[in-house]
Ligand binder design. Structure first.
Ligand code: HEM
Length: 287
């Protein structure tokens, strides 16, 4: 016996309807038990009375969730590459490309803030800044952009710090790709394979030559070209996220200093210029 709204929507009637959803649960719904929607939708602790703050906070939270999914995909891809399982790695990388597209689309609600609109709640953010996002740093570490100094803001949060420390020491997604290329007999230098994993990946002319060789004979190297293109898609979309963030920031606050204490747009401009997986870009000039 289920209870469901009657046709007028005015009340409820008890009836048995074979194809209607179940309405009767002893405790919380199975949906809630899985999704924890009640937790998610009560994490919006606003700091100002400005009606525009809600979308700023939720967009930031949505992006944090996408960062979490993307880290999961890149870790899946890294582990698969270590086992030479290219199909599983490719599936995870391709999912991450669609997720990066969704992440980038989520700039829309914040892309055209005026300085006055942003000022309405900016003061309430205090020193809070996306610069302090630990999940974003895990993304960067997986891309090879390692930096021990990025752990410093998280000294007071043991779990976050431990996760970041582990990610700093582990091979990046790109390290795993280069390991696979070496196992395929390609001349990736020992100095690259044995590099200090906690340091930022530095481009290597020999690795550039390896990618140029792969792309030059795409019939022979079809699987590796597909891998290179999936990585290039990732790199391009990361570059787009950084540039969308830069432009949104320029519109919202001009050349003011950031809440995180940086020079703001001037600092972000330098960060947005970088390309991840550098040799995948420079090799193209030699094909
Ligand atoms: C229009 C709104 C936004 C403005 C004006 C803005 C501004 C800034 C500024 C000025 C910085 C430099 C660090 C600082 O001094 O604070 C920064 C860094 C950062 N922001 Fe935003 N931000 C906005 C939205 C977001 C959103 C929604 C996210 C999503 C999580 C985000 C994530 C980041 C990250 C990850 C960094 C560090 C970038 C890096 O290390 O290269 N920002 N932001």
């Amino acid at each position: 016996m289920s209870t469901f709204p009657d046709a007028s929507g005015a009340g409820t009637v008890a009836d048995v309807v074979a194809d209607a959803p179940n309405l009767d649960f002893a405790g919380t719904t199975p949906y809630e038990d899985y999704v924890q929607a009640d937790v998610l939708t009560h994490l919006q602790h606003l700091r100002s009375d400005d009606p525009g703050e809600m979308v700023f906070l939720v967009t930031t939270q949505v992006m944090e969730l996408w960062f979490t999914v993307i880290v999961h995909e890149w870790e899946t891809a890294s582990h698969a590459l270590r086992r030479d399982d290219i199909p599983v790695a490719m599936d995870a990388l391709k999912r991450s490309v669609r997720e990066l597209e969704a992440l980038n689309h989520s700039w829309r609600p914040l892309a055209h803030l005026t300085p006055a609109q942003f000022n309405s709640y900016r003061g309430a953010l205090g020193e809070g800044s996306g610069f302090q996002s630990a999940m974003y740093r895990r993304m960067e570490f997986l891309l090879g952009e390692k930096s021990a100094s990025m752990l410093v803001p998280h000294r007071g949060a043991p779990r976050v710090h431990a996760e970041l420390e582990k990610a700093l020491q582990e091979p990046s997604l790109y390290d795993e790709v280069l390991g696979l290329l070496a196992r395929r007999g390609l001349p990736v230098p020992a100095s690259v394979l044995g590099r200090d994993l906690a340091q930022r990946y530095e481009p290597s002319p020999e690795v550039e030559a390896v990618w140029a060789g792969i792309y030059a004979d795409s019939d022979q190297n079809a699987e590796l070209v597909r891998l290179g293109e999936a990585l290039s898609d990732v790199a391009e979309l990361v570059w787009r996220w950084r540039n969308d963030h830069l432009v949104a920031t320029r519109r919202a606050m001009g050349a003011k200093t950031g809440t995180g204490g940086s020079a703001g747009v001037a600092w972000l401009e330098k960060r947005a210029q970088k390309n991840v997986f550098p040799e995948l870009w420079t090799a193209r000039s030699h094909v």
